[in-house]
Write a protein that binds this ligand. Structure first.
Ligand code: NAD
Ligand code: UDP
Length: 348
């Protein structure tokens, strides 16, 4: 029988790509999203791509009654929890909104899951939980810290989730929690059809959507935040991961949880490529591959930024049999395909 996955935040950037991969892998998908940072149009397009419709419930994950009803109405086997606020700068200005949305949504979700006896969870964590790392590449057992409220909300949630199997051990629960914390590095790119992609509501904070909006002439130039880091060319180095690879990583995580030898308790797994790419390398690859100019200016360092960050992705390969397949060329090509086809995102 088809397994059913509840996807919170499924209309968002990573969620919509994950819905496609889940549907194409034969899962039934139920999405709950309050559309605070997304459009229902994304789910229409998920249908166009996959030929299958996710069931969409518009609502907030902090609404316990709504969640309880979803677990009664649908035979949920596992949950992927994407819903949350994600802008670092904004989190410094409105920390309470971030703690409320990110922590309370996870708390409410876990309470509803426990009541329903559904205790398989994949949680969207982030490489930001490694803080400013002393050594690279990053392995999952390295020290964790937070430098802003967004990162702190992810750390607090990771800690909170770690308490759940501890309680199972004490109570000798017959259905113990199995939780995979996926620590994403830098998701970029779009589906190869150009139908779904990243659609920031305001001025993009992240590098790739900013490059894409400069290329499509929505913005005049890119500010490169610092060219005096101790890196290959002085600009910041990150581990970029194609969103479709990332989405496939979620399918692998669900397969682990629902398979014959699932992880036990809580396990953190990096999802990254393992390669570091500098800002200047990304800008020049985008311009060269797409044959489109990307004007830029060097600006001061952005506060809170670190010089370099990239993953050791061996654990994902070992436990989930997952590794990235798409290259930086695919990332810039697919981003431009999406942006040039949808210059104003989902708004027409
Ligand atoms: P996104 O904003 O595109 O998607 C999040 C979705 O959740 C949106 O559709 C939004 O409307 C919805 N949402 C937010 N709060 C909600 C609530 N309380 N109830 C119901 N729906 C709610 O973001 P994304 O880039 O797809 O990120 C998904 C997850 O991955 C987030 O938890 C984010 O913190 C995490 N993450 C993202 C990145 C990244 O660079 N994009 C990196 C690391 C981790
Ligand atoms: N960056 C930049 N200009 C921008 C946005 C980002 O130079 O407009 C740089 C940033 O300083 C970092 C890299 O691009 O070195 C990735 O930044 P992003 O915000 O995309 O991800 P994160 O900081 O979360 O790794």
């Amino acid at each position: 029988m088809e397994k059913t996955i509840l996807v919170t935040g499924g209309a968002g950037y990573i969620g919509s790509h994950t819905c496609v991969e889940l549907l194409e892998s034969g899962y039934q998908v139920v999405v709950i999203d309050n559309l605070s940072n997304s459009s229902a149009e994304a789910l229409e397009r998920v249908f166009t791509i996959s030929g299958k419709k996710p069931i969409f419930i518009e609502g907030d994950v902090r609404n316990r009654a709504l969640l309880d009803k979803i677990f009664v109405d649908f035979p949920i086997d596992a949950v992927i929890h994407f819903a949350g606020l994600k802008a670092v700068g904004e989190s410094c200005q409105m920390p309470l909104a971030y703690y409320d949305n990110n922590i309370n949504s996870t708390l409410t979700l876990c309470q509803a899951m426990e009541q329903a006896g559904v205790k398989n969870l994949v949680f969207s964590s982030s490489a930001t939980v490694y803080g400013d790392p002393e050594t690279l590449p990053l392995t999952e057992d390295m020290p964790l810290s937070a430098t802003n409220p967004y990162g702190r909300s992810k750390l607090i949630i990771e800690e909170m989730l770690r308490d759940l199997p501890e309680a199972d051990a004490i109570t000798q629960s017959a259905t113990p929690w199995a939780v995979i914390l996926l620590r994403y590095f830098n998701p970029v790119g779009a589906h190869k059809t150009g139908l779904i992609g990243e659609d920031p509501k305001d001025i993009p904070n992240n590098l790739m959507p900013f490059i894409a909006q400069v290329a499509v002439k929505r913005r005049e130039y890119l500010s490169i935040y610092g060219d005096d880091y101790d890196t290959i060319d002085g600009t910041g180095v990150r581990d970029y991961i194609h969103v479709v690879d990332l989405a496939k990583g979620h399918v692998c995580a669900v397969e682990n949880l629902l398979g014959s030898s699932p992880i036990t308790g809580v396990d953190a797994i990096n999802l990254g490529s393992g390669d570091g790419v500098s800002v200047l390398q990304m800008v020049s690859t985008f311009a060269e591959i797409n044959q489109i100019p990307v004007p830029y200016q060097i600006a001061p360092r952005r506060s809170g930024d670190i010089a370099a960050c990239y993953a050791n992705a061996c654990k994902a390969k070992k436990l989930l049999n997952w590794q990235t397949q798409l290259s930086v060329t695919d990332m810039v090509k697919d981003t431009w395909h999406w942006q040039s086809k949808n210059p104003m995102g989902y708004t027409v």
